[in-house]
Ligand binder design. Structure first.
Ligand code: NDP
Length: 270
């Protein structure tokens, strides 16, 4: 069963100020909508104006867009100033913006590598660094980084992506250690295969899309690929007092895909 953004909404983020990078679409947008549905004020930090931030769910909270390029320190500083001026602080930072390069290192240029690192790893570093002053003194402030199962394993042709996501997991642990004494918790969510634009191209290049989705689903003990709302529910939990003693963890949300050990087709039961 897919987590529903309007399932069990009960004001779990009432009054919280939440920043979500890359919140215009995909997983980020589901995180935005879930926090807003739970009563938070959510600031979407994204390159482009998503245009319809007020639309969608009938939510208790509020959503707005502030332009942000997570790779650019000046942009991050300007974003932090805008949020401070508008809201007086930040309770939850979700570092979600990410890109994925799919090619052999024979073809991947230094510029490609640097861009992947800049968005996926420098971005969370810059956001944590410059939003930290806005989080100090807040009640149970939390950082949630979106890592990946590719920080734990790797698909083919994903050198920069897998390396950057392993880096995100390392950054998560380091920030948990460093910021814990200030009361800031830091965790990561490692999603598995989630249906978004990021990986839709993979499926769409298969001659039979339904077959590709069915084959993908069969890799998962729960029998399906993930939905952005599945990730949003775990991010929400990590940002609430229910996870108040949880920090430095990488929580895998992958329908069990990483847990199932593979067998050759001739020996597999299904
Ligand atoms: P999408 O490509 O659907 O969305 C990514 C969002 O990030 C877009 O809104 C994009 O903006 C924004 N973004 C990209 N670069 C920047 C930047 N420099 N500054 C600010 N915003 C930026 O991706 P997903 O929703 O699928 O992925 C979200 C996160 O989840 C990523 O970190 C990804 O690595 C991770 N993840 C995804 C998985 C999946 O299966 N989908 C699995 C595991 C992890 P714009 O539209 O303007 O480019």
């Amino acid at each position: 069963m897919t987590a529903s953004p309007d399932a069990a909404t009960s004001g779990r983020a009432d009054g919280r100020i939440v920043v979500v990078t890359g919140g215009a679409r995909g997983i980020g947008r589901a995180i935005v909508d879930r926090f807003a549905a739970e009563g938070a004020t959510v600031v979407i930090g994204d390159l482009t104006d998503p245009g319809n931030v007020g639309a969608g769910l009938d939510v208790a909270g509020h959503r707005e867009w502030v332009p942000l390029d997570v790779t650019d320190e000046a942009s991050v500083l300007e974003f932090a100033e805008t949020v401070q001026a508008g809201h007086g602080g930040v309770d939850v930072l979700v570092n979600n913006a990410g890109i994925m390069d799919t090619r052999s290192i024979r073809d991947e240029t230094v510029a490609d590598w640097d861009l992947a690192m800049a968005v996926n790893l420098r971005g969370p570093f810059l956001m944590a660094k410059h939003l930290l002053p806005l989080m100090e003194g807040r009640d149970d402030p939390a950082i949630v980084n979106i890592g990946s199962i590719e920080g734990l394993g790797a698909n083919a042709l994903h050198a920069s992506y897998a390396a950057s996501k392993a880096g995100v997991h390392g950054l998560t642990r380091a920030l948990a250690v460093d910021l814990g004494p200030m009361g800031v918790r830091c965790n990561a969510v490692a999603p598995g295969w989630i249906d978004t634009d990021l990986n839709r191209g993979y499926v769409d290049k298969h001659p039979n899309r339904d077959q590709a989705v069915a084959e993908l689903a069969s890799l998962h003990p729960v029998g399906r690929i993930g939905d952005p709302a599945d990730v949003a529910g775990t991010v929400l939990w990590l940002a609430t007092p229910d996870a108040g003693f949880v920090t430095g963890q990488v929580v895998t949300v992958d329908g069990g895909r990483m847990t199932r050990l593979s067998l050759p087709a001739s020996l597999a039961d299904d």
